[in-house]
Design a protein around this ligand. Structure first.
Ligand SMILES: Cc1cc2nc3c(=O)[nH]c(=O)nc-3n(C[C@H](O)[C@H](O)[C@H](O)COP(=O)(O)OP(=O)(O)OC[C@H]3O[C@@H](n4cnc5c(N)ncnc54)[C@H](O)[C@@H]3O)c2cc1C
Length: 435
């Protein structure tokens, strides 16, 4: 078994963690990543000379699989916990949204509906199982429980910003899980604590890849894999630039559409009915000496907003780390036809900065110090009320091909913690298959 070879398609956290475990067990592992760098959605860029995520990232106290791995990689001392602060922008102002008192003061929602919203949040917190919610529309359920004005000012915009046109079909199980993670990241009744690595995900990815290299894992970066070829009990994998190598098992740690594409020569259409619907994400990261706002996380709930969220990263992480500059993110989810995806970077920035002036009339684009716009294709799966019955399978056929990806995580939202967990599960299953 020691000479058995495993190919991993996708160098995101799921693929990297699976590779680590398999190499540890003595398998020969090769990672094929289409980009020039590893990390996928958690990949890192730099701003003001400091590493930072291309898309905003923080961790929760409940992220046990990730916290254990951080510890194993010797990075515990780099993990810092910060108090979170959240607001909602609606009716022309930022409303703090962290405590029951904030909810009571949130007048865009009618008074009775504020009370109903608080009671519903308490009820959901106490409800330990999500199964009862999986076929229910989150918007319909929340409207029934919290009232129309709560749906209009809180839940509708939140779901619309995250899931676009599909917002009214999203499963209540997803929203239940989202609220549970947030509530459990609070210690007793205190503020929510969010984790951040000093050095960002880059130090995590670097420590992980150093460990992989030590364990003999081979990286092929910038590797565009051709459809698989079955050779007896093995799988032949070639890239546009390299000759075919044979593997005893293949893990696709990328969207199910990649699995379908790579399997096209040998799959009999068994997965045809399981194609997942995804949205893209666009994130604009910028630094400036100008201070904008007072909350870390700001949901933008106005109907005409061109983006979902404005994040003041340096409300959480000290600005001294970025040469004294403030660091911000703007983020949006969109489908391929949305202007946030189809327009040029320059036009997207133009529109977003224009709207930022509506949020902060003093905002001065001319003093932005650095900016980076990153596009992530297939960054979020659409978890509608029937999703539970169409989650892609991990081992669609018993022939050495496996699929592990965030689209299989349910009902939780995808996250680095779950990527670590799924990478672990994938390696166990592959190891079992190869024995
Ligand atoms: C805007 C945004 C904010 C987020 N914020 C947080 C947060 O605060 N906290 C948190 O925990 N998580 C957050 N996440 C989620 C987190 O980043 C992901 O859940 C996690 O990184 C997913 O890892 P993965 O390996 O499953 O998938 P991915 O990161 O998508 O990795 C898949 C990899 O496969 C590669 N690939 C795809 N096709 C091919 C191919 N044909 N050949 C070779 N390689 C291929 C891709 O390039 C990619 O590297 C956020 C995500 C986004 C988009």
């Amino acid at each position: 078994m020691k000479n058995k070879k495993v190919a991993i398609i996708g160098g995101g956290v799921t693929g990297l963690v699976a590779a680590r475990n398999l190499a540890q067990e003595g398998f020969k592992v090769v990672i094929f990543e289409k980009n020039e760098a590893i990390g996928g959605l958690a990949s890192s860029v730099s701003i003001e000379g400091e590493p930072i995520e291309a898309a905003y990232h923080h961790f929760f106290k409940t992220d046990q699989d990730l916290l254990s791995l951080i510890n194993e990689l010797g990075l515990s001392k780099k993990l810092e916990w910060f108090e979170s602060s959240v607001s909602i922008f609606v009716q022309g102002k930022f409303w703090p949204f962290m405590s029951p008192r904030d909810l009571l003061n949130f007048s865009p929602c009618g008074f009775v509906d504020r009370i109903r919203t608080g009671l519903t949040a308490l009820h959901l917190k106490k409800t330990k199982s999500w199964e009862q919610y999986r076929s229910l529309s989150a918007l319909e359920w929340m409207t029934r429980k919290c009232g129309q004005s709560s749906a209009d000012s809180i839940w509708g915009p939140l779901l619309k910003g995250k899931f676009g046109k599909d917002f009214s079909h999203i499963s209540m199980a997803w929203l239940w899980a989202r609220l549970h993670v947030r509530v459990n990241s609070r210690e007793n009744q205190s503020a929510e604590l969010l984790g951040y690595l000093n050095g960002g995900t880059r130090c995590f990815l670097e420590a992980l890849s150093a460990d992989l290299i030590k364990k003999g894992v081979v990286f092929r970066l910038g590797a565009k894999v051709e459809p698989f070829r079955q050779e007896g009990e093995q799988w032949g994998i070639a890239t546009q630039d390299s000759v075919e190598e044979r593997f005893d098992a293949v893990l696709v740690a990328a969207p199910d559409s990649v699995y379908h594409y790579l399997s096209q020569d040998c799959d009999q259409g068994s997965l045809a009915s399981q194609k997942t619907k995804y949205l893209n994400a666009v994130c604009l990261l910028f630094s400036s000496e100008q201070e904008l706002g007072e909350y870390y996380w700001n949901n933008i709930n106005e109907a005409n907003a061109p983006f979902l969220v404005f994040i003041k990263h340096t409300e959480m992480v000290p600005k001294e780390r970025y040469g004294g500059k403030q660091v911000y993110y703007i983020g949006a989810y969109c489908d391929d036809r949305d202007v946030n995806w189809s327009e040029t970077d320059e036009l997207i920035k133009e529109r977003w900065y224009h709207y930022l002036k509506h949020l902060f009339p003093d905002f001065d684009r001319s003093i932005i110090s650095e900016e980076k716009l990153t596009r992530f294709s297939k960054a979020q799966h659409v978890v509608d009320a029937s999703y539970h019955d169409s989650i892609p399978l991990h081992h669609p056929s018993d022939d050495g091909r496996f699929l592990y990806h965030f689209s299989q995580i349910y009902p939780e939202d995808r996250g680095v913690n779950y990527a670590v967990r799924e990478g672990g599960k994938a390696s166990n299953e592959i190891s079992e298959y190869l024995k």
